[in-house]
Design a protein around this ligand. Structure first.
Ligand code: ARG
Length: 239
């Protein structure tokens, strides 16, 4: 009886529309999850409000991949959208950015230090998220407006999915150049749930605390390919 109930639940879960973020569901009200837009009005990354006037995101989100060469995004090119789960609404507000601080050591996502802070032009009246430490085995939640499968367009509504934080030894095996001091990895061995393109810069949360920022992965939700996150606690005071 127990077993068949488990099988049924598993079947129901796997039959549910595989979406998110990959394999997730619509997020509840999370005022600290923010969306980053460029000056042309295109959504390009997630971020997380950590103070009334400060957003953390991924360092690679502060670089624009133009056709011929990469260019630094400038504060004037950025808009932070706060308090809007459905990007097709006018909920919340759009705020300008005064300053971008990208981690000085950032070179490429695989080398880590993939974190940046954005100082907002004004404080916003939304609840920020405090930073905490993740431990192996924690069940973490990642949120974003990223693709719901590798080939899909980004989502218009904020989604989230729960993932276990893996032990550093597991991350080392799965991720080339994994840096335990500066990175986290999370995912199920069989895949199926993950962040994806467009989720970068967005929050990974454990017990109501920010533990990571979406950095990179190989494809999305593939078996044996956990997602890689910047270990935010390590960068406190640095940005
Ligand atoms: N680099 C991606 C972005 O810019 C994030 C990818 C995360 N991928 C993953 N499989 N966890 O949005």
């Amino acid at each position: 009886m127990r077993l068949s109930a488990l099988v049924l639940v598993t079947l129901l879960l796997s039959a549910a529309p595989a979406q998110a973020v990959v394999g997730g569901r619509e997020a509840p009200d999370t005022p600290w999850a923010v969306a980053l837009y460029d000056a042309r009005g295109n959504f390009f990354c997630g971020g997380v409000l950590v103070e009334a006037q400060k957003v953390l995101t991924a360092a690679h989100c502060t670089i624009e991949h133009a056709t011929l060469q990469d260019r630094d995004r400038r504060p004037a090119d950025l808009r932070v959208v706060v308090g809007r789960r459905d990007l097709d609404t006018k909920a919340g507000r759009q705020v300008a950015v005064r300053e971008i601080r990208r981690h000085p050591e950032f070179r490429s996502v695989v080398d880590g230090d993939d974190v940046a802070s954005l100082t907002l032009a004004e404080p916003v009246p939304f609840q920020p998220l405090r930073v905490g430490e993740a431990r192996a085995g924690d069940l973490a939640t990642v949120l974003g407006w990223g693709r719901t499968t590798e080939g899909a367009p980004p989502s218009r509504t904020l989604r989230q999915v729960d993932l276990p934080v893996l032990a550093d030894a597991e991350c080392r095996k799965a991720v080339n150049g994994y840096r335990p001091d500066a990175m986290l990895c999370a995912g199920y061995p069989q895949g199926g749930r993950d962040a994806c393109e467009g989720d970068s810069g967005g929050p990974l949360v454990v017990d109501g605390l920010l533990v990571g920022v979406v950095s990179y992965g190989h494809g999305c939700a593939r078996a044996g390919e956990p997602g890689v996150y910047t270990r935010v606690s390590r960068y406190l005071g640095e940005l």
